[in-house]
Design a protein around this ligand. Structure first.
Ligand code: FPP
Ligand code: MG
Length: 335
């Protein structure tokens, strides 16, 4: 089977899984749009562009499913679920400014269309909106979890910034970065589902761990897909991490798996200020051909397995099956 038909089959599987949650997505989309209203038209316009129509809505969905696990019902559930998508999108708006990114969710990025200032301020708006929704509809424990989470995300992003073009980055620091910048928010969406549903501390802890492991697998796959996907499928340019000087696990494993002589030659290629297209292509090919990607995929699978094990103590139910299925989707997704 050719590469393109593999992608198409994968995309179809992604769509099938996501189709199943359509009733949830419709309610999430509705709430996302409601909270975007602003008396400043540009806020709603940039917000709509950045938020609506695209995006997997993984975080709100996980929150809803974790509430369903305890049969928790509330009028405000979907309203509250968008808190996680708002924080996620705010962080992407800021991230795209930091990364000077041009494409996000298959569209030109907000910073490209409206400039850095507007993109940062839109992120601030969404971020504040998320907290005002939480203040109105959530309890203190939920709110505490949220503020702890965004603090760690900012720390993770700064840590990543400090290690830009650090070609000697260790796996330990890499995992610290991805846990903080990505996994904690996915973990918080799951934990907050338990918190708002009145779950026990132990149950909340399990959901937190489930989301954390799943979130690490998610970022590992994101970093892997940056080496092997295509812009059309992935919704953002590929090979971008290397171009941005972002050292991720595929490159770390490549550097650790080659001879000292090869490493020295690769490091001298990387030492230049700007990677030219030829050098970029050469390093991309090296990463793709030395077994590093298979190692990263195995690592992601291990985190997915850990996440699934964490759910063992919960009694079998359709919702638990859904959570396990989404957990699997993370490592098979094409985008
Ligand atoms: C995308 O990573 C970025 C994140 C997952 C987190 C960004 C976090 C912040 C900007 C700090 C916290 C900000 C707020 C508002 C809480 P990536 O660059 O690896 O992914 P990409 O390829 O999709 O850009
Ligand atoms: Mg980025």
């Amino acid at each position: 089977m050719g590469r393109e038909s593999v992608c198409t089959a994968q995309q179809m599987r992604d769509q099938e899984i996501l189709e199943k949650y359509r009733p949830h997505f419709l309610k999430i989309e509705y709430e996302l749009e409601q909270a975007l209203l602003s008396k400043v038209d540009a806020i709603a316009e940039i917000g709509r562009h950045s938020l609506l129509g695209h995006g997997k809505r993984l975080r709100p969905l996980l929150f809803i499913l974790c509430c369903n696990l305890f049969q928790y019902q509330s009028q405000e559930l979907y309203k509250l679920s968008v808190v996680f998508e708002y924080i996620h999108t705010a962080s992407l708006l800021h991230d795209d400014v930091l990364d000077n990114a041009e494409v996000r969710r298959k569209r030109p990025s907000a910073n490209r269309l409206w400039g850095n200032h507007a993109a940062v301020l839109e992120g601030d708006f969404l971020y504040s909106k998320a907290f005002s929704i939480a203040v109105n509809y959530a309890n203190q424990a939920f709110f505490r979890k949220l503020t702890e989470t965004t603090t760690i995300m900012a720390e993770g992003q700064v840590l990543e910034l400090l290690h830009t073009r650090n070609w000697a980055l260790t796996p330990k620091t890499y995992f610290d970065i991805i846990t903080a910048k990505t996994a904690v928010l996915i973990s918080a969406a799951c934990a907050c589902g338990g918190i708002i549903s009145g779950a026990s501390q132990q149950e909340v802890r399990l959901l937190e761990q489930f989301g954390m492991n799943m979130g690490i697998a998610f970022q590992l796959m994101d970093d892997l897909l940056d080496y092997i996907s295509t812009e059309e499928v992935f919704g953002k340019p590929v090979g971008k991490d290397l171009r941005e000087g972002k050292v991720t696990l595929p490159l770390i494993y490549t550097l650790s798996g080659i001879s000292e002589q090869e490493r020295a030659s690769l490091q001298s290629l990387l030492a230049g200020d700007q990677l030219n297209e030829h050098t970029h292509a050469r390093i991309m090919n090296l990463v793709k051909s030395n077994g590093a990607l298979a190692r990263v995929r195995r690592e992601a699978e291990t985190y997915t397995e850990k996440a699934a094990e964490v759910l063992d103590p919960f009694p079998d139910s359709e919702t638990k099956e859904n959570l396990l299925e989404l957990n699997q989707y993370i490592i098979h997704r094409a985008f």
